[in-house]
Design a binder for this molecule. Sequence first.
Ligand SMILES: [Fe+2]
Length: 370
Amino acid sequence: MSIFQFPRKIIFQRDILEDITPTLKDEKISSILVITDKIVRGKVEKKLSSVLKNFDVIVYDDVNPEPEIKQIEEVSKSLRSNVDAIMAMGGGSVIDFAKSVLIKMTYPDKDLRDVNPFEKLDFRIKLIAVPTTSGTGSDASFGIVLTDGDRKLALANYNLVPEIVILDSSVTPDSAKIISATGVDALVHSFEAIASNTSTILTDALAEKSIEIIFHNLEKSIKGNEESRDLMHLSATMAGIAFSNSGTALAHALGHSFGSTFHIVHGISVGLFLTHTIEFNSRDEAIKSKYEKIARMLGFSDISSLIEGIIFLYRKIGQPVRIRELGIQERDLNAKMEELVSKAMMDSEIAFNPVIAGEDDLRKIFTDAF
Ligand SMILES: [Fe+2]
């Protein structure tokens, strides 16, 4: 049996945030806790000022990247919990922070470390996600990534999929670096949702379309084409639904390990390993034919040309192709090799890879990626 979890409502239109009052009224929402960060707040405040006048609003804007459990627990105690909705406005960290606050407000005694997919959580407060980057897919997923001291925790519960997602690409950044890294993250989500050993035709369909959109629109989106930015924003959510209902795989396991060891942003880290994992997973005939289908869809003759096409795309958008391009020395990579391998082996996403990868395989991919 497959169970698919989707947001209940996805609203997609450029500048819709300025005109969101009727939607919120339809949902019988009168009080809102807005969770965001200071940068996003500065950017959207003017856009939202007339809308939020119609509601009883509290704003919490002190979310930092890689949210800490300790901070969430303290903040949840201090914020008013009798609101109709939590509106998470930001990137993946903000949305994950808001999901965690939702849990703590509903179940104050619950230890966030114990959250798991199998328990029934029942939320009275509606979670509204307004992603401000085009990539993480957290707006469509039931996962949360939190920091607990020096540990990273990947938690999940099916009731954490946001009820309402508002996709307004006018709030996404103009920075080429951010668009490129988040867009590549969405590209990797799509490829891994297709490769994952829990993929289905439904998740394949969303992920294939998302790959096609990203291939044709990521570069134009960086150059400021508004239609491409809209499409990138929607395809990031499509990829989010795909990987949330399927899985990410080896490139995410390697990327999590590499990113936390060398402090490299997520989209760049996972992007470094995409072509290597396509090559590695192609030893499985069924996955090979899935990659060949994607290659044909994009106009490439075979998997080698598809890999060349991905590298060509990376070059056009300024995305690093090799570890050495980040200024990391070979001796530093080798000095950290055992840590890198062991962290990747422990990563939850490695279980979704269609081909079992051992320590030697991981060492080889890290070395090849250099
Ligand atoms: Fe990702």
